[in-house]
Ligand binder design. Structure first.
Ligand code: SF4
Ligand code: SF4
Ligand SMILES: [Zn+2]
Length: 476
C-alpha cells in the first residue's frame, strides 16, 4: 500500500478563484511546504502555495488565544462566510485596525493599487457627513478603537483633509494613522509641521517600497525615490512617528528587505517597517499566484537571512491573527538595536500568564532596562502609546523612562486573495475597513466582494438568500 505523498492537516472552506463560489479545501504539507488544494465542480482542481516554511506555519497554528469581541455586530449570519460581512456574529476578532477610506482619488496611478484609485477618479471624495457617519460606526463597534487608519485613495488630497483629522481626533481613538504616498509631505514644507500638531497618538504610514528606482517604477509607475526621501526629511524634522510600508513583489524588491530595515533604523522618526506581500486584488494584472506570491513564511525567512538583528525567536506570530500577521519588536537605545519579542516568554504570549517581559536571559537588555529605569521618566502619554502598540500582546510592563521613540517594530502583514482565502482564517482577521453604509468589513473580503464594482457578483453568489452550500471536493 502506497503512502500519500503529503500530510493531510485540515479540511476547510476556500473560494474558487474563477467563480468565487465557496468550495471545500484541504490543507496539506508536502516537502516542507503547505498548500491549499481545492476542486470547483465547474473550474476544476487548484493547488495553492500558502507557506514555504511548514515549521513556522505549524507554530502559527498553535498560537491561539480567545478572540476579542467588538461591542456590537452589524450584519446577520445568512449566506455563509465570507458573504455576510460584517462584522457578523461569527467573526472571531474585533478590529485591531480599521481603515477609513476618505477618497477614491489619488495623485498616483500605481500598478499595484488594491483599491483601483488614481487620477482617473479625481474629485471622487467622500463627503464630510459620510466620513463622520463612518467614524461614528467605528467608535460604536469598538468603544475606544485601538488604531484607525485614514486611507484612500490618497487622503491628503481630500479638500477637507484637516477637518477630517480634527473629527477623528475628537473621537476616543487611541492611535490615529495616516496612510499616505508622501507626495504632499514632500512638496509642501508646512504640511509636516501641521501634521506634527496631531501628536501624540498619531503616526504616518508612509509608502516606501524600495531604494531602487527601477523597482519603484514597476510598483508605482514612477521613480519616487527623491520624493520619498524628501518626505522623510520633513517627518524627521518634526519627529513625527512614521512606519515605512513596503509592498513586496517576488523577484523585484524582496532582496532589499535587510537594506530597508537598516535604512529605517537610521531614520529617527521611523518606528518600524511593515512588509506587505502583494496579493491578487484591484488593478494588479499579470499576477501569477504560482510564481509571484510571497508567503508570510517566505518574507519571514528573508528577514532572517538579510537582517542580522532578528533571530528566529524574534519574529513571532501575532496571536490575534497568526496566519497573516507576524511581528518583531526591538528597542532602539543609544544607537543600538535590541530585539525584544524573542524575550517575551511564549507562555505569556499565548496564555497571558504573568505580566512581564522575561529579560533576564539577556544581560545587555537587563543593563539597558535598568539604565532606562533610572533616567528621566517620559510623559505618561508616550508610555501609554507603547502599551497600546503592543495591543495584540497580553499586557506587559512598560518600563518607566522608555517612550515610543525607543520602539522599532517589524510587521509582516499578509492579505488573502481569491487563491488562498481560507474561511477558517478569514474569520480571525483584525484589519477591517469601514464601509460607507456603516458595515465594518474585514480587509480581505472587502477587496474581493464589497467594493461597489463587485456588488452584482456578490448578489449572484448570495443567490436566493438561503444559506449556501459548500461545493466540490478538495483532493486530487
Ligand atoms: S469574514 Fe467575518 S464578518 Fe465576514 S462573513 Fe465571515 S465571519 Fe462574518
Ligand atoms: S496604491 Fe496608494 S498611492 Fe498608489 S494609486 Fe493606489 S491609493 Fe494611490
Ligand atoms: Zn469555480
Amino acid at each position: 500500500m502506497a503512502d500519500r505523498p503529503y500530510i493531510f492537516h485540515d479540511l476547510t472552506i476556500a473560494l474558487c478563484s474563477t467563480c468565487m463560489k465557496r468550495i471545500e479545501a484541504k490543507v496539506i504539507e508536502q516537502d516542507g511546504r503547505v498548500y491549499l488544494t481545492k476542486r470547483c465542480p465547474t473550474h476544476g482542481y487548484q493547488k495553492v502555495l500558502i507557506s514555504t516554511d511548514a515549521d513556522y506555519w505549524r507554530l502559527s497554528r498553535q498560537t491561539l488565544k480567545p478572540g476579542q469581541m467588538p461591542l456590537k455586530f452589524n450584519t446577520p449570519i445568512q449566506y455563509g462566510c465570507p458573504y455576510d460581512c460584517g462584522l457578523c456574529p461569527d467573526h472571531e476578532q474585533h478590529s485591531c485596525l480599521t481603515l477609513l477610506e476618505i477618497t477614491d482619488a489619488c495623485n498616483l496611478n500605481c500598478p499595484v493599487c488594491y483599491s483601483e484609485s488614481g487620477t482617473h477618479r479625481a474629485g471622487q471624495h467622500r463627503s464630510m457627513e459620510q466620513i463622520k457617519f463612518m467614524l461614528d460606526r467605528i467608535v460604536e463597534n469598538e468603544g475606544e478603537p485601538d488604531v484607525v487608519q485614514i486611507s484612500g485613495g490618497e487622503p491628503t488630497i481630500h479638500p477637507q483633509f484637516w477637518d477630517i483629522l480634527d473629527e477623528a481626533k475628537a473621537r476616543p481613538i487611541k492611535h490615529l494613522m495616516l496612510n499616505t504616498n508622501g507626495l504632499k509631505i514632500a512638496a509642501e514644507p508646512d504640511f509636516a509641521k501641521r501634521l506634527a500638531a496631531y501628536q501624540p497618538g498619531f503616526e504616518v504610514y508612509l509608502q516606501f517600497d524600495s531604494l531602487n528606482p527601477a523597482a519603484l517604477k514597476d510598483l508605482r509607475g514612477e521613480d519616487l525615490l527623491a520624493t520619498r526621501l524628501k518626505a522623510l526629511e520633513q517627518l524627521n524634522k518634526y519627529n513625527i512617528s512614521t512606519t515605512l510600508v513596503v509592498v513586496l513583489k517576488k523577484g523585484l524588491n524582496d532582496n532589499e528587505i535587510g537594506q530597508i530595515i537598516d535604512f529605517a533604523l537610521q531614520q529617527p522618526c521611523v518606528r518600524g517597517v511593515t512588509f506587505q506581500p502583494v496579493q491578487q486584488a484591484g488593478r494588479l494584472e499579470h499576477f501569477d499566484p504560482a510564481t509571484d506570491r510571497l508567503t508570510l513564511g517566505e518574507v519571514r525567512q528573508q528577514i532572517l537571512t538579510q537582517s542580522p538583528i532578528f533571530g528566529p525567536n524574534d519574529i513571532i506570530p501575532v496571536p490575534c491573527h497568526p496566519d497573516c500577521l507576524a511581528m518583531a519588536y526591538a528597542l532602539k537605545i543609544d544607537g543600538k538595536t535590541i530585539p525584544l519579542s524573542g524575550l517575551i516568554d511564549p507562555k505569556v504570549l499565548l496564555h497571558g500568564e504573568g505580566n512581564t517581559i522575561v529579560y533576564e536571559r539577556s544581560a545587555e537588555m537587563r543593563g539597558e532596562l535598568f539604565k532606562l529605569f533610572s533616567t528621566a521618566v517620559s510623559p505618561e502619554s508616550s508610555e501609554k502609546n507603547l502599551a497600546q502598540l503592543l495591543c495584540c500582546l497580553p499586557q506587559i510592563c512598560v518600563p518607566g523612562g522608555m517612550s515610543y521613540n525607543n520602539i522599532f517594530r517589524v510587521l509582516i502583514m499578509k492579505f488573502m486573495d481569491a487563491y488562498d482565502l481560507d474561511v477558517r482564517s478569514v474569520k480571525k482577521t483584525c484589519v477591517h475597513i469601514a464601509h460607507p453604509d456603516g458595515r465594518i468589513i474585514p480587509f480581505d473580503p472587502y477587496n474581493l466582494f464589497y467594493r461597489d464594482d463587485k456588488a452584482q457578483m456578490l448578489q449572484q453568489l448570495r443567490g436566493d438568500g438561503r444559506s449556501l452550500p459548500v461545493l466540490g471536493g478538495a483532493g486530487l
